[in-house]
Ligand binder design. Structure first.
Ligand code: PGA
Length: 252
């Protein structure tokens, strides 16, 4: 049985004070609603300490949106996984399409981050997804297969329990265009088959695969009804309680 996992990626939004206040509000609302899914929020680096503090005593997972692929040293502007762990952050989103597109992160760089995070016993949400051009060029499966094979290179079977995959078609992110639940489900099924081939049926069956790209209160239920969709990675709609809470309590 795969437990639903709903995540909010705040991207470069909300100041530390705004983030802390919102996280406290969210934490209280989630507790009151008594939800039975896992909930994660990923604020910016500078907001992390305040948000960790604000959700203390709740089951909300606080994640970073990125991290360095080194433990320490002369890497100006970077944040190491040990720094994250030190402030109580044990989960990290890696390979988001905005990191790939705007900051030149390749599958190899992302893989080095995945391996480092797992070696420190952190949980990873590895993002994969195709651009519109790739989809229209019939390359969807080729792209997903490569992002998974290279992104997970040298990850041991025993470490796969700490890995969540987020399928985010780039053309659906922040555009208001959602993949249809059927399209998303078939991409998720492909991801599961690929992980089964790389690892085992068992690992693939237990793998949580989130869908991301313009998820809203109005489309979460239809997405979550699909066999292979186990959660969501929500951007824009995770920034306000009025939008994010109904997504979290989609099944009620
Ligand atoms: P969106 O972003 O929900 O604003 O489309 C999703 C994401 O990029 O994680």
């Amino acid at each position: 049985m795969r437990k639903p996992y709903i995540a909010g990626n705040w991207k470069m939004n909300l100041t530390p004070s705004e983030g802390k206040a919102y996280a406290a509000e969210l934490s209280a609302a989630v507790k009151k609603a008594g939800v039975d899914c896992r909930v994660m929020i990923a604020p910016s680096f500078v907001s992390l300490p305040g948000v960790v503090e604000a959700v203390k005593g709740s089951d909300i997972v606080v994640a970073a949106q990125n991290m360095a692929n080194h433990l320490a040293g002369a890497y100006t502007g970077e944040v190491s996984p040990e720094m994250l762990k030190d402030i109580g952050v044990n989960t990290v989103i890696l390979g988001h399409s905005e990191r790939r597109q705007y900051y030149g992160e390749t599958d190899e760089i992302i893989n080095s981050k995945v391996l480092l995070a797992l070696s420190l016993k952190m949980e990873v949400v590895l993002c994969v997804g195709e651009t519109l051009e790739e989809r229209e060029g019939g390359k969807l499966e080729e792209i997903l297969e490569r992002q998974l094979r290279v992104g997970l290179k040298d990850v041991l079977p025993a470490e796969m329990g700490a890995v969540t995959i987020a399928y985010e078609p780039v053309w659906a992110i922040g555009t208001g265009k959602t993949a249809t639940p059927e399209d998303a489900d078939s991409a998720h099924a492909f991801i599961r088959r690929t992980v089964a081939a790389l690892y085992s049926e068992d690992i693939a069956n237990n793998l949580i695969i989130q869908y991301g790209g313009s998820v809203k209160p109005g489309n979460i239920r239809a997405l979550m009804e699909k066999e292979n969709i186990d959660g969501a990675l929500v951007g824009g709609a995770s920034l306000k309680l009025d939008d994010f809470l109904p997504i979290i309590i989609f099944s009620k």
